[in-house]
Ligand binder design. Sequence first.
Ligand SMILES: Nc1ncnc2c1ncn2[C@@H]1O[C@H](COP(=O)(O)OP(=O)(O)O)[C@@H](O)[C@H]1O
Ligand SMILES: [Mg+2]
Length: 454
Amino acid sequence: MAENTPSNGPGNGRGDGSSPPLVYMRDITMRFGLIEALRDVDFVVNSGEVVGLLGDNGAGKSTLIKVLTGIHPPTTGQIYFEGKPVIIDSPKTARALGIETVYQDLALVNLMSIARNFYLGREPQQQIGPVRFMDKEVMNSQTVEALDHIGIEIRRPEEEVLRLSGGERQSIAIGRCVFFGSKLLILDEPTSALSVGETKKVLDYTLAAKEAGLGVIFITHNVGHVYQVADRFTIISHGNKVGDFMRDEVSQQEIAGMIMGGPVPEKLTAVIEKRGAEERALHDLVEKAAAPTVQAAKQASARSRNTVLSVAAIGIFILLLLLAGGGVFSPASPTPTPSPTPTEEVEVPENIQTLIDQLLNDADPGRRAIAASALGAERNRHPASVEPLIQALSDESENVRESAARSLGKIGDDRARGPLEEMLRDNYSNVRNAAAEALRDAFGLSCSDAEGCR
Ligand SMILES: Nc1ncnc2c1ncn2[C@@H]1O[C@H](COP(=O)(O)OP(=O)(O)O)[C@@H](O)[C@H]1O
Ligand SMILES: [Mg+2]
Protein backbone atom coordinates (compact mmCIF):
# COMPACT_ATOMS: atom_id res chain seq x y z
CA MET A 1 0.00 0.00 0.00
CA ALA A 2 2.73 2.43 0.99
CA GLU A 3 4.22 2.45 -2.49
CA ASN A 4 0.90 3.51 -3.89
CA THR A 5 1.58 6.80 -5.62
CA PRO A 6 -1.13 9.39 -6.10
CA SER A 7 -3.40 8.37 -8.90
CA ASN A 8 -3.20 10.03 -12.26
CA GLY A 9 -6.82 9.59 -13.08
CA PRO A 10 -9.97 8.43 -11.41
CA GLY A 11 -9.74 5.07 -13.15
CA ASN A 12 -7.38 3.43 -10.70
CA GLY A 13 -4.42 3.93 -8.42
CA ARG A 14 -1.87 3.58 -11.17
CA GLY A 15 -3.60 4.96 -14.18
CA ASP A 16 -2.91 1.85 -16.27
CA GLY A 17 -6.50 0.65 -16.30
CA SER A 18 -5.63 -2.68 -14.70
CA SER A 19 -7.18 -2.63 -11.24
CA PRO A 20 -10.47 -1.28 -9.96
CA PRO A 21 -10.56 1.64 -7.52
CA LEU A 22 -11.41 1.35 -3.84
CA VAL A 23 -14.78 3.02 -4.35
CA TYR A 24 -16.69 3.53 -7.56
CA MET A 25 -20.14 5.06 -7.26
CA ARG A 26 -21.80 4.88 -10.63
CA ASP A 27 -24.74 6.85 -12.02
CA ILE A 28 -26.02 7.76 -8.60
CA THR A 29 -29.37 9.52 -8.59
CA MET A 30 -31.03 10.48 -5.34
CA ARG A 31 -34.50 11.94 -5.09
CA PHE A 32 -36.28 13.16 -1.98
CA GLY A 33 -39.83 13.45 -3.20
CA LEU A 34 -39.66 16.06 -5.92
CA ILE A 35 -36.17 17.24 -5.01
CA GLU A 36 -33.42 15.69 -7.06
CA ALA A 37 -30.37 15.99 -4.78
CA LEU A 38 -28.07 14.02 -7.12
CA ARG A 39 -28.36 13.30 -10.80
CA ASP A 40 -26.31 10.53 -12.48
CA VAL A 41 -23.22 11.26 -10.44
CA ASP A 42 -20.09 9.13 -10.85
CA PHE A 43 -17.60 9.29 -8.01
CA VAL A 44 -14.29 7.46 -7.61
CA VAL A 45 -11.78 7.13 -4.77
CA ASN A 46 -8.55 5.14 -4.93
CA SER A 47 -6.52 3.71 -2.06
CA GLY A 48 -3.66 6.03 -1.08
CA GLU A 49 -5.43 9.04 -2.54
CA VAL A 50 -7.07 12.13 -1.07
CA VAL A 51 -10.10 13.31 -3.02
CA GLY A 52 -11.53 16.74 -2.31
CA LEU A 53 -15.32 16.69 -2.65
CA LEU A 54 -16.34 20.27 -3.30
CA GLY A 55 -19.52 22.17 -3.90
CA ASP A 56 -21.57 25.07 -2.62
CA ASN A 57 -24.15 24.65 0.15
CA GLY A 58 -26.92 22.38 -1.06
CA ALA A 59 -24.82 20.98 -3.93
CA GLY A 60 -25.32 17.40 -2.78
CA LYS A 61 -22.02 16.58 -1.03
CA SER A 62 -23.56 15.25 2.17
CA THR A 63 -26.18 13.32 0.23
CA LEU A 64 -23.48 11.58 -1.81
CA ILE A 65 -21.69 10.60 1.40
CA LYS A 66 -24.93 9.44 2.99
CA VAL A 67 -25.51 7.16 0.02
CA LEU A 68 -22.00 5.78 0.39
CA THR A 69 -22.33 5.22 4.15
CA GLY A 70 -25.68 3.46 3.99
CA ILE A 71 -27.84 6.25 5.43
CA HIS A 72 -29.86 6.77 2.22
CA PRO A 73 -30.13 3.99 -0.34
CA PRO A 74 -29.82 5.65 -3.76
CA THR A 75 -32.90 6.00 -5.96
CA THR A 76 -30.85 4.50 -8.79
CA GLY A 77 -27.19 3.67 -9.29
CA GLN A 78 -24.62 1.12 -8.21
CA ILE A 79 -21.70 1.17 -5.80
CA TYR A 80 -18.60 -0.94 -6.33
CA PHE A 81 -16.17 -1.47 -3.46
CA GLU A 82 -12.77 -2.89 -4.40
CA GLY A 83 -14.29 -3.74 -7.75
CA LYS A 84 -17.23 -5.73 -6.41
CA PRO A 85 -20.82 -4.50 -6.58
CA VAL A 86 -22.12 -3.94 -3.07
CA ILE A 87 -25.42 -2.93 -1.53
CA ILE A 88 -24.70 -0.60 1.38
CA ASP A 89 -28.02 -0.60 3.17
CA SER A 90 -26.93 0.60 6.63
CA PRO A 91 -24.06 2.39 8.35
CA LYS A 92 -23.19 -0.98 9.83
CA THR A 93 -22.65 -2.46 6.37
CA ALA A 94 -20.47 0.51 5.45
CA ARG A 95 -18.33 0.06 8.53
CA ALA A 96 -17.98 -3.66 7.93
CA LEU A 97 -16.48 -2.80 4.55
CA GLY A 98 -13.96 -0.47 6.22
CA ILE A 99 -15.67 2.88 5.57
CA GLU A 100 -15.34 5.30 8.52
CA THR A 101 -16.60 8.86 8.84
CA VAL A 102 -15.06 11.35 11.26
CA TYR A 103 -17.66 13.97 12.14
CA GLN A 104 -16.53 17.33 13.36
CA ASP A 105 -17.55 17.20 16.98
CA LEU A 106 -18.87 13.71 17.25
CA ALA A 107 -15.56 11.93 17.07
CA LEU A 108 -14.83 11.14 20.71
CA VAL A 109 -16.30 10.88 24.20
CA ASN A 110 -15.29 14.08 25.96
CA LEU A 111 -15.19 12.79 29.50
CA MET A 112 -13.07 9.73 28.84
CA SER A 113 -9.31 9.59 28.50
CA ILE A 114 -7.49 9.61 25.17
CA ALA A 115 -6.58 5.95 25.59
CA ARG A 116 -10.12 4.89 26.39
CA ASN A 117 -11.41 6.79 23.39
CA PHE A 118 -8.83 5.19 21.19
CA TYR A 119 -10.03 1.72 22.14
CA LEU A 120 -13.70 2.54 22.59
CA GLY A 121 -15.65 -0.66 21.99
CA ARG A 122 -12.50 -2.70 21.36
CA GLU A 123 -10.88 -2.70 24.78
CA PRO A 124 -8.28 -5.34 25.59
CA GLN A 125 -9.75 -7.25 28.56
CA GLN A 126 -8.08 -8.91 31.48
CA GLN A 127 -9.72 -11.68 33.40
CA ILE A 128 -9.03 -12.70 36.96
CA GLY A 129 -11.36 -15.46 38.07
CA PRO A 130 -14.90 -14.48 37.05
CA VAL A 131 -14.08 -10.74 37.01
CA ARG A 132 -13.22 -9.05 33.75
CA PHE A 133 -11.83 -5.58 33.44
CA MET A 134 -10.21 -3.33 30.90
CA ASP A 135 -6.46 -3.58 30.71
CA LYS A 136 -5.68 0.09 31.21
CA GLU A 137 -1.91 -0.24 31.13
CA VAL A 138 -1.95 -2.00 27.79
CA MET A 139 -4.40 0.58 26.48
CA ASN A 140 -2.26 3.48 27.63
CA SER A 141 1.01 2.23 26.24
CA GLN A 142 -0.42 1.02 22.95
CA THR A 143 -2.31 4.27 22.36
CA VAL A 144 0.87 6.31 22.70
CA GLU A 145 2.70 3.92 20.39
CA ALA A 146 -0.03 3.70 17.76
CA LEU A 147 -0.52 7.46 17.56
CA ASP A 148 3.22 8.09 17.53
CA HIS A 149 3.49 5.71 14.61
CA ILE A 150 1.51 8.07 12.42
CA GLY A 151 3.16 11.17 13.85
CA ILE A 152 0.61 12.17 16.48
CA GLU A 153 2.21 13.10 19.78
CA ILE A 154 0.10 13.12 22.90
CA ARG A 155 1.08 14.40 26.31
CA ARG A 156 -0.56 11.77 28.49
CA PRO A 157 -2.86 8.93 27.41
CA GLU A 158 -4.82 9.35 30.67
CA GLU A 159 -5.73 12.93 29.81
CA GLU A 160 -9.42 13.67 29.36
CA VAL A 161 -10.39 14.36 25.78
CA LEU A 162 -12.32 17.38 27.04
CA ARG A 163 -9.03 19.20 27.49
CA LEU A 164 -7.89 18.65 23.92
CA SER A 165 -8.38 21.15 21.15
CA GLY A 166 -10.73 20.44 18.24
CA GLY A 167 -7.82 19.64 15.95
CA GLU A 168 -6.26 17.25 18.44
CA ARG A 169 -9.54 15.43 18.87
CA GLN A 170 -9.95 14.95 15.15
CA SER A 171 -6.37 13.82 14.84
CA ILE A 172 -6.97 11.10 17.39
CA ALA A 173 -10.14 10.00 15.62
CA ILE A 174 -8.18 9.80 12.37
CA GLY A 175 -5.42 7.83 14.10
CA ARG A 176 -8.02 5.40 15.41
CA CYS A 177 -9.32 4.73 11.89
CA VAL A 178 -5.81 4.07 10.58
CA PHE A 179 -4.88 1.83 13.50
CA PHE A 180 -8.00 -0.31 13.36
CA GLY A 181 -7.74 -1.01 9.66
CA SER A 182 -10.27 1.25 7.94
CA LYS A 183 -9.89 1.45 4.18
CA LEU A 184 -11.78 4.63 3.44
CA LEU A 185 -11.80 7.68 5.67
CA ILE A 186 -14.44 10.35 5.19
CA LEU A 187 -13.77 13.77 6.71
CA ASP A 188 -16.81 16.05 6.65
CA GLU A 189 -15.77 19.72 6.86
CA PRO A 190 -12.88 18.80 9.15
CA THR A 191 -11.28 22.24 9.26
CA SER A 192 -14.25 24.58 9.19
CA ALA A 193 -14.16 25.37 12.92
CA LEU A 194 -10.39 25.32 13.42
CA SER A 195 -7.64 27.90 13.81
CA VAL A 196 -4.78 28.06 11.31
CA GLY A 197 -2.44 26.00 13.48
CA GLU A 198 -5.07 23.40 14.23
CA THR A 199 -5.99 23.18 10.57
CA LYS A 200 -2.41 22.40 9.71
CA LYS A 201 -2.43 19.49 12.16
CA VAL A 202 -5.57 17.98 10.67
CA LEU A 203 -4.17 18.39 7.16
CA ASP A 204 -0.96 16.65 8.25
CA TYR A 205 -2.86 13.68 9.65
CA THR A 206 -4.99 13.52 6.56
CA LEU A 207 -1.77 12.99 4.65
CA ALA A 208 -0.62 10.44 7.24
CA ALA A 209 -3.80 8.43 6.60
CA LYS A 210 -3.12 8.56 2.87
CA GLU A 211 0.50 7.46 3.43
CA ALA A 212 -0.86 4.53 5.42
CA GLY A 213 -2.73 3.49 2.27
CA LEU A 214 -6.26 4.66 3.05
CA GLY A 215 -8.45 6.39 0.55
CA VAL A 216 -9.61 9.73 1.96
CA ILE A 217 -12.62 11.86 1.03
CA PHE A 218 -12.20 15.42 2.23
CA ILE A 219 -15.46 17.36 2.10
CA THR A 220 -15.26 21.10 2.31
CA HIS A 221 -16.14 24.38 0.76
CA ASN A 222 -12.76 25.82 1.72
CA VAL A 223 -10.65 25.41 -1.40
CA GLY A 224 -7.55 26.78 0.32
CA HIS A 225 -7.45 23.94 2.85
CA VAL A 226 -8.20 21.05 0.59
CA TYR A 227 -5.87 22.30 -2.14
CA GLN A 228 -2.94 21.60 0.19
CA VAL A 229 -3.67 17.90 0.55
CA ALA A 230 -5.88 16.59 -2.25
CA ASP A 231 -4.62 14.68 -5.27
CA ARG A 232 -7.87 15.18 -7.10
CA PHE A 233 -10.99 17.33 -6.87
CA THR A 234 -14.52 16.30 -7.64
CA ILE A 235 -16.82 19.28 -7.99
CA ILE A 236 -20.58 19.04 -7.79
CA SER A 237 -23.09 21.78 -8.38
CA HIS A 238 -26.88 21.54 -7.92
CA GLY A 239 -26.73 17.75 -7.83
CA ASN A 240 -24.67 17.38 -11.03
CA LYS A 241 -21.03 16.52 -11.28
CA VAL A 242 -19.14 19.36 -12.95
CA GLY A 243 -15.93 17.38 -13.31
CA ASP A 244 -12.93 15.60 -11.81
CA PHE A 245 -9.61 17.36 -11.89
CA MET A 246 -6.12 16.33 -10.83
CA ARG A 247 -4.33 18.96 -8.78
CA ASP A 248 -1.92 19.88 -11.56
CA GLU A 249 -4.76 20.39 -14.02
CA VAL A 250 -6.64 23.09 -12.17
CA SER A 251 -5.92 26.20 -10.09
CA GLN A 252 -7.54 27.21 -6.81
CA GLN A 253 -9.25 30.13 -8.54
CA GLU A 254 -10.68 27.88 -11.24
CA ILE A 255 -12.03 25.47 -8.61
CA ALA A 256 -13.58 28.33 -6.63
CA GLY A 257 -15.24 29.63 -9.80
CA MET A 258 -16.80 26.26 -10.61
CA ILE A 259 -18.02 25.80 -7.01
CA MET A 260 -19.85 29.10 -7.31
CA GLY A 261 -21.59 27.77 -10.41
CA GLY A 262 -19.44 29.68 -12.90
CA PRO A 263 -18.68 28.31 -16.36
CA VAL A 264 -16.10 25.56 -16.82
CA PRO A 265 -12.88 27.20 -18.11
CA GLU A 266 -12.24 26.42 -21.76
CA LYS A 267 -8.99 24.51 -21.12
CA LEU A 268 -10.79 22.14 -18.72
CA THR A 269 -13.41 20.86 -21.12
CA ALA A 270 -10.77 18.63 -22.73
CA VAL A 271 -9.95 17.25 -19.26
CA ILE A 272 -13.62 16.49 -18.63
CA GLU A 273 -13.81 14.60 -21.93
CA LYS A 274 -10.68 12.62 -21.12
CA ARG A 275 -12.11 11.72 -17.70
CA GLY A 276 -15.33 10.61 -19.38
CA ALA A 277 -13.35 8.16 -21.51
CA GLU A 278 -11.52 6.89 -18.42
CA GLU A 279 -14.82 6.38 -16.66
CA ARG A 280 -16.19 4.36 -19.58
CA ALA A 281 -13.08 2.15 -19.46
CA LEU A 282 -13.56 1.76 -15.72
CA HIS A 283 -17.18 0.90 -16.22
CA ASP A 284 -16.20 -1.90 -18.63
CA LEU A 285 -13.57 -3.14 -16.21
CA VAL A 286 -15.87 -3.51 -13.21
CA GLU A 287 -18.71 -4.77 -15.37
CA LYS A 288 -16.55 -7.57 -16.70
CA ALA A 289 -15.16 -8.47 -13.28
CA ALA A 290 -18.54 -8.36 -11.61
CA ALA A 291 -20.95 -9.74 -14.18
CA PRO A 292 -22.01 -12.92 -12.30
CA THR A 293 -22.47 -11.08 -8.99
CA VAL A 294 -24.58 -8.32 -10.51
CA GLN A 295 -26.79 -10.95 -12.06
CA ALA A 296 -27.28 -12.56 -8.65
CA ALA A 297 -28.06 -9.22 -7.02
CA LYS A 298 -30.61 -8.43 -9.73
CA GLN A 299 -32.30 -11.78 -9.20
CA ALA A 300 -32.40 -11.20 -5.46
CA SER A 301 -34.00 -7.81 -5.88
CA ALA A 302 -36.51 -9.26 -8.37
CA ARG A 303 -37.40 -11.83 -5.74
CA SER A 304 -37.95 -9.16 -3.11
CA ARG A 305 -40.11 -7.19 -5.58
CA ASN A 306 -42.22 -10.28 -6.09
CA THR A 307 -42.69 -10.61 -2.35
CA VAL A 308 -43.79 -6.99 -2.17
CA LEU A 309 -46.23 -7.60 -5.01
CA SER A 310 -47.75 -10.66 -3.37
CA VAL A 311 -48.10 -8.83 -0.07
CA ALA A 312 -49.90 -6.04 -1.95
CA ALA A 313 -52.16 -8.60 -3.62
CA ILE A 314 -53.12 -10.12 -0.26
CA GLY A 315 -53.86 -6.64 1.04
CA ILE A 316 -56.22 -5.90 -1.84
CA PHE A 317 -57.90 -9.28 -1.37
CA ILE A 318 -58.57 -8.55 2.32
CA LEU A 319 -59.90 -5.12 1.45
CA LEU A 320 -62.32 -6.62 -1.08
CA LEU A 321 -63.53 -9.13 1.52
CA LEU A 322 -64.14 -6.35 4.01
CA LEU A 323 -66.02 -4.29 1.44
CA ALA A 324 -68.15 -7.28 0.44
CA GLY A 325 -69.01 -8.00 4.08
CA GLY A 326 -69.79 -4.33 4.78
CA GLY A 327 -66.86 -4.20 7.22
CA VAL A 328 -64.94 -1.00 7.17
CA PHE A 329 -67.34 1.28 5.35
CA SER A 330 -70.62 -0.07 6.59
CA PRO A 331 -72.77 2.42 8.51
CA ALA A 332 -73.20 -0.24 11.18
CA SER A 333 -69.57 -0.22 12.09
CA PRO A 334 -68.78 1.70 15.23
CA THR A 335 -67.27 5.11 14.71
CA PRO A 336 -63.58 4.79 15.26
CA THR A 337 -62.32 6.41 18.43
CA PRO A 338 -59.74 9.03 17.61
CA SER A 339 -56.30 7.92 18.70
CA PRO A 340 -55.25 9.78 21.80
CA THR A 341 -53.06 12.76 21.06
CA PRO A 342 -49.87 12.68 23.04
CA THR A 343 -50.20 15.27 25.78
CA GLU A 344 -46.66 16.56 25.82
CA GLU A 345 -45.45 16.18 22.27
CA VAL A 346 -42.17 18.04 21.99
CA GLU A 347 -40.44 18.95 18.78
CA VAL A 348 -37.16 17.01 18.72
CA PRO A 349 -34.44 18.70 16.67
CA GLU A 350 -33.01 16.55 13.89
CA ASN A 351 -29.49 16.37 15.32
CA ILE A 352 -30.80 15.18 18.68
CA GLN A 353 -32.98 12.55 17.00
CA THR A 354 -29.97 11.34 15.02
CA LEU A 355 -27.96 10.96 18.22
CA ILE A 356 -30.82 9.13 19.95
CA ASP A 357 -31.14 6.72 17.02
CA GLN A 358 -27.43 6.12 17.12
CA LEU A 359 -27.49 5.55 20.88
CA LEU A 360 -30.26 2.96 20.65
CA ASN A 361 -29.53 1.28 17.33
CA ASP A 362 -25.88 1.47 16.33
CA ALA A 363 -24.19 -1.91 16.36
CA ASP A 364 -20.83 -0.44 17.35
CA PRO A 365 -20.55 0.15 21.12
CA GLY A 366 -18.00 2.90 20.51
CA ARG A 367 -20.52 4.85 18.47
CA ARG A 368 -23.23 4.30 21.03
CA ALA A 369 -20.92 5.64 23.75
CA ILE A 370 -20.09 8.68 21.64
CA ALA A 371 -23.79 9.36 21.05
CA ALA A 372 -24.54 8.98 24.79
CA SER A 373 -21.80 11.44 25.57
CA ALA A 374 -22.85 13.93 22.90
CA LEU A 375 -26.40 14.00 24.28
CA GLY A 376 -25.02 15.39 27.54
CA ALA A 377 -23.01 18.15 25.87
CA GLU A 378 -24.29 21.57 26.82
CA ARG A 379 -25.66 22.56 23.44
CA ASN A 380 -27.44 19.22 22.92
CA ARG A 381 -29.25 18.79 26.24
CA HIS A 382 -32.88 17.99 25.60
CA PRO A 383 -35.69 16.34 27.61
CA ALA A 384 -36.35 13.88 24.77
CA SER A 385 -32.96 12.29 25.46
CA VAL A 386 -33.75 11.33 29.05
CA GLU A 387 -35.72 8.13 28.38
CA PRO A 388 -33.27 6.82 25.74
CA LEU A 389 -30.35 7.56 28.06
CA ILE A 390 -32.07 5.72 30.91
CA GLN A 391 -32.55 2.80 28.53
CA ALA A 392 -28.84 2.99 27.71
CA LEU A 393 -28.02 2.45 31.40
CA SER A 394 -28.73 -1.22 30.64
CA ASP A 395 -26.51 -1.31 27.55
CA GLU A 396 -24.26 -4.36 27.37
CA SER A 397 -21.19 -2.15 26.97
CA GLU A 398 -19.83 -0.57 30.15
CA ASN A 399 -18.60 2.42 28.13
CA VAL A 400 -22.12 3.17 26.97
CA ARG A 401 -23.48 2.79 30.51
CA GLU A 402 -20.81 5.13 31.84
CA SER A 403 -21.40 7.76 29.15
CA ALA A 404 -25.17 7.59 29.62
CA ALA A 405 -24.83 8.02 33.40
CA ARG A 406 -22.60 11.07 32.94
CA SER A 407 -24.97 12.65 30.45
CA LEU A 408 -27.96 12.07 32.74
CA GLY A 409 -25.98 13.81 35.46
CA LYS A 410 -25.59 16.82 33.15
CA ILE A 411 -29.22 16.94 32.07
CA GLY A 412 -30.50 16.60 35.65
CA ASP A 413 -34.01 15.24 35.10
CA ASP A 414 -35.90 13.65 38.05
CA ARG A 415 -36.76 10.57 35.99
CA ALA A 416 -33.08 9.59 36.05
CA ARG A 417 -32.63 9.55 39.82
CA GLY A 418 -33.92 6.05 40.58
CA PRO A 419 -32.16 4.37 37.63
CA LEU A 420 -28.90 6.13 38.53
CA GLU A 421 -29.14 4.89 42.10
CA GLU A 422 -29.45 1.37 40.74
CA MET A 423 -26.29 1.90 38.73
CA LEU A 424 -24.38 2.17 42.00
CA ARG A 425 -24.49 -1.64 41.93
CA ASP A 426 -23.07 -2.04 38.44
CA ASN A 427 -20.36 -4.65 37.95
CA TYR A 428 -17.94 -2.08 36.61
CA SER A 429 -16.34 0.48 38.92
CA ASN A 430 -16.15 3.13 36.19
CA VAL A 431 -19.93 2.91 35.81
CA ARG A 432 -20.52 3.02 39.58
CA ASN A 433 -18.31 6.09 39.88
CA ALA A 434 -20.04 7.82 36.98
CA ALA A 435 -23.44 7.16 38.59
CA ALA A 436 -22.28 8.54 41.97
CA GLU A 437 -20.91 11.67 40.29
CA ALA A 438 -24.11 12.13 38.30
CA LEU A 439 -26.25 11.85 41.45
CA ARG A 440 -24.04 14.43 43.13
CA ASP A 441 -24.07 16.87 40.19
CA ALA A 442 -27.74 16.59 39.33
CA PHE A 443 -29.41 16.04 42.71
CA GLY A 444 -26.82 17.12 45.26
CA LEU A 445 -26.72 13.61 46.71
CA SER A 446 -23.72 12.11 48.36
CA CYS A 447 -23.68 8.48 47.25
CA SER A 448 -21.28 5.61 47.28
CA ASP A 449 -21.57 2.09 45.97
CA ALA A 450 -21.08 0.74 49.48
CA GLU A 451 -23.51 2.92 51.43
CA GLY A 452 -26.07 4.17 48.93
CA CYS A 453 -27.14 7.81 48.99
CA ARG A 454 -27.50 10.33 51.75
N1 LIG B 1 -33.47 14.16 3.85
C1 LIG B 1 -33.71 15.08 2.90
N2 LIG B 1 -34.98 15.34 2.51
C2 LIG B 1 -35.23 16.25 1.55
N3 LIG B 1 -34.30 16.98 0.91
C3 LIG B 1 -33.02 16.77 1.26
C4 LIG B 1 -32.65 15.83 2.27
N4 LIG B 1 -31.30 15.84 2.40
C5 LIG B 1 -30.86 16.75 1.52
N5 LIG B 1 -31.87 17.32 0.82
C6 LIG B 1 -31.75 18.32 -0.24
O1 LIG B 1 -30.79 17.87 -1.17
C7 LIG B 1 -29.99 18.93 -1.61
C8 LIG B 1 -28.52 18.63 -1.34
O2 LIG B 1 -28.27 18.71 0.05
P1 LIG B 1 -26.89 18.29 0.73
O3 LIG B 1 -26.44 16.99 0.18
O4 LIG B 1 -27.06 18.39 2.20
O5 LIG B 1 -25.91 19.45 0.23
P2 LIG B 1 -24.44 19.87 0.70
O6 LIG B 1 -23.96 18.86 1.70
O7 LIG B 1 -23.62 19.90 -0.54
O8 LIG B 1 -24.57 21.23 1.32
C9 LIG B 1 -30.49 20.18 -0.93
O9 LIG B 1 -31.40 20.80 -1.80
C10 LIG B 1 -31.18 19.64 0.29
O10 LIG B 1 -32.21 20.51 0.71
MG1 LIG C 1 -23.44 19.10 3.73
